[in-house]
Design a protein around this ligand. Structure first.
Ligand SMILES: Cc1cc2nc3c(=O)[nH]c(=O)nc-3n(C[C@H](O)[C@H](O)[C@H](O)COP(=O)(O)OP(=O)(O)OC[C@H]3O[C@@H](n4cnc5c(N)ncnc54)[C@H](O)[C@@H]3O)c2cc1C
Length: 300
């Protein structure tokens, strides 16, 4: 039986596999290879890897893992998890392979839904982004738009003022700001447009202008948008795993969920960044090792 199955091969899953494999556990990492950041050309703010392409980051990570005879990697999707005995689980892959394990680390990331603006996918990851800490520096001092359909709008607007003084906020026909908040935008010289966006214009993923329902066209050299992030792992209720109000898995600092033998790390526990996800993966890997050492020491 495999000691640890890590589901998801992003920074959280790879980091968890590395620590568990170095802790002498037999580790299998299964990854569907559909990471959230695949749309972008470069990722930032991961110390020693600033500006790296997402594929190169994964490739480097996998090379680190495969140095260890205790770690193997498979491409695949887990379709079901059943608890078998008190201390083991049976996983089924999309290709109907059955895998038995004592421990699972869930690191499957999140599903992201973009604002309801036609063609936004063409620009997302090239000149429209969602995280100012990830891409604000690259977009600094440009005329930007924030496309914000949700209540995160004010928070992201405040952040973006740090990177540009030329900002408009477009809610795409939604009402997301109350009167007090609108006054704050005005004081900060930020134009709010509550009409629907009918077109994003640009070339090769580089945004050039936005056309609104009234026919007004405003030149912009890029922007940010609020997105909806949801847990994309379907078996949590069936396994009895506790989630918070937003639907993300609740863990302690060592990645333990409320179910013995199931750990979680990365964005499945809440939206974050590469380095944060990697660090959570590290803690979950360490959590498994610490727990098994403790059990062995006590003769359990
Ligand atoms: C456009 C964009 C730009 C970004 N830029 C940055 C940046 O510059 N810096 C930064 O720090 N962060 C950035 N991020 C955020 C970063 O991508 C995430 O924080 C990080 O990838 C989360 O890591 P994770 O391991 O939790 O999930 P992911 O990296 O999403 O990995 C999850 C993996 O699990 C797999 N999976 C899902 N379900 C299953 C299943 N049932 N079976 C098997 N495998 C499964 C997925 O296919 C995927 O490969 C960006 C995100 C986006 C969208």
């Amino acid at each position: 039986m495999i000691d640890v199955v890590v589901i998801g091969g992003g920074p959280a899953g790879m980091s968890a596999a590395l620590v568990a494999g170095r802790g002498r556990k037999q580790v299998l990492l299964i990854d569907e290879e559909k990471p959230r950041n695949a749309v972008t050309n470069a990722t930032h703010a991961f110390l020693t890897r600033d500006g790296i392409k997402p594929e190169a980051f994964r490739e480097k990570g996998r090379r680190d893992l495969l140095k260890y005879p205790t770690i193997s990697i498979k491409k695949g999707k887990i379709l079901s998890i059943e608890k078998t005995l008190e201390s083991s689980f049976e996983l089924t892959t999309e290709s109907e392979e059955i895998i038995n394990t004592k421990n699972i680390i869930l690191a499957t990331g999140v599903k992201e839904t973009l604002p309801d603006v036609r063609g936004i996918e063409t620009y997302y990851g090239s000149s429209i982004f969602s995280c100012p800490f990830c891409d604000g520096w690259e977009m600094k001092d440009r005329p930007l738009v924030l496309i914000a359909e949700s209540v995160q709008a004010l928070h992201v607007t405040k952040l973006l003022k740090n990177w540009t003084d030329d900002l408009i906020v477009a809610t795409n026909g939604n009402t997301v700001f109350d009167d007090d908040q609108k006054r704050v935008l005005e004081t900060n010289h930020i134009r709010l447009i509550e009409e629907r966006i009918v077109e994003l214009k640009g070339i090769g993923g580089e945004l050039q202008s936005i056309v609104f329902e009234s026919g007004e066209e405003i030149k912009r050299a890029g922007g940010f948008c609020t997105t909806v992030l949801e847990n994309n792992f379907p078996f949590l209720e069936q396994l009895g795993i506790e989630v918070n109000e937003a639907g993300f898995i609740m863990t302690d600092i060592m990645g333990h969920t409320n179910i013995k033998g199931i750990y979680a790390a990365g964005e499945i526990t809440g939206p974050s960044q590469l380095i944060v996800s990697a660090s959570q993966g590290h803690m979950a890997g360490a959590g498994i090792i610490a727990e098994s050492c403790d059990a062995a020491f006590q003769g359990i």
